[in-house]
Design a protein around this ligand. Sequence first.
Ligand code: FAD
Length: 465
Amino acid sequence: MATDVLVVGGGAAGIAAAVVAARSGCSVTLIDSSPTVGGQYYRGAEPPDSGSGLSYEALRRAFDELVDAARIDRRLHTYAYALERRDGGFLLRTRGDDRHRGDVGEVEASAVVIATGAFDRQLPFPGWTLPGVMSGGGAQALVKGSGVLPGQRIVVAGTGPFLLAVAHALISAGGNVAAVVEANDPLGLARHTRSVLPAAGKSADLARFLAALAKKRVPYLRRHRVRRATGNGRLESVTVSRVGDDWQAIPGTERLLECDALAIGYGFTAQTDLAGQVGARMRIGSDDGLAIEVDARQRTSVDGLLAAGETTGIGGVDLARMEGLIAGVAAVEHCGRRAALSERAIDRGMRDVVKLRGFADALHATFPVRDGWRDDVDDTTLVCRCEEVSAAKVRSAVNDLGARDARSVKLLTRAGMGWCQGRVCAPAVDGLCGFDSAASLIGGSYRPVAVPVPLGAIASDRMSP
Ligand SMILES: Cc1cc2nc3c(=O)[nH]c(=O)nc-3n(C[C@H](O)[C@H](O)[C@H](O)COP(=O)(O)OP(=O)(O)OC[C@H]3O[C@@H](n4cnc5c(N)ncnc54)[C@H](O)[C@@H]3O)c2cc1C
């Protein structure tokens, strides 16, 4: 094999796995599509934490040293687009970043760690295509990656504690946050004390974010939902309403918030395509999204394939790092070596994973996505932005043409056929049509390519001797 351990994704999970594997004497290749490692959380940021040998700061320092010493082959600007089994190991096909899409390559490996993270989950509403409306992750990336604020007066909305992280990032960068609009009631977290207490550090983060909002007198509107965005050519205001348990708007509670930017998000979706291509078993996560099924050692159902971080279920950056460590250990063991991590550290890591997973499950139970969002999606609202498919067309595919699954809706309307391949619109199509997409994907129909790649590049790659 060209490399012992191949890590796909250089976020918190991938870096941890790569460091453990390289320190244990394995040859390691790590690929990431971005210009730097760090993933979504540490994008463009100085590693913030310090202390234990397992902190991100320490792992990142070790990672950089191992790269300098040529013990980790770090390949940036490189997308993984297809994974297959080959000679008892794996073959991963790659292409260059968007400026060099035709630059294809392959990596053979004995063990593969899938650490490709997640992307924002978006839901449509009238006006969501106006300039100024963006995902929460997009707004955070603007601030963290480029030091740019998305607007002069920003509303942060959707559901989940991530809204607080986004608002905090905006405030810290000097932004004017008009309100944080949370569709659920965070006080529901009090019902999960058994999961919350052991992860006290995570709760402290939330308290810190709330304190920052309070200091700047930013209203935190609980049980409120953005129902539409309006403006002449670009965002000028959003209409919010108080909502009931199912997110149905309560009549008479509408109000207008003036703003020129809206950062909105409803959780995340794990990137599981590569694992699906080699037949790894999936599960439905506690946020109702698809996740790669793993055992306590982060082993998937495919021998030699490990998964860590958001790919195994959305759980935040600390969980990703701990899962990465354990996946690194399992990859080393798969290659027939002993991991350079003490049994005590491994046990502690596995206990942390259980604790942090429990906390993540409590958050998902407190911040679910409820059906009421569908009420505001009128027939003219675009659902698939790539192919410009309206809600009317999607509904008609089901009501008039008899579509019974997302694939049929796609074939009838082109929703999900565009550049993003359904990454943005899939939850919306499923929600509007009443389909359970995660459950149907568990049966196993996966894209043979995980990211867009030119046909010519695939052809030349496959035909070369
Ligand atoms: C936009 C966004 C913002 C977030 N902000 C926060 C936050 O503030 N706080 C928090 O706790 N959590 C946040 N999260 C959740 C976050 O994903 C985790 O906390 C943490 O980053 C997970 O680490 P990870 O290693 O699993 O994945 P990531 O950090 O997402 O790393 C995955 C890496 O894989 C690479 N990759 C993906 N697919 C491919 C491919 N096909 N080929 C090559 N490389 C690939 C990506 O470029 C990325 O660098 C955010 C998530 C998103 C999507």
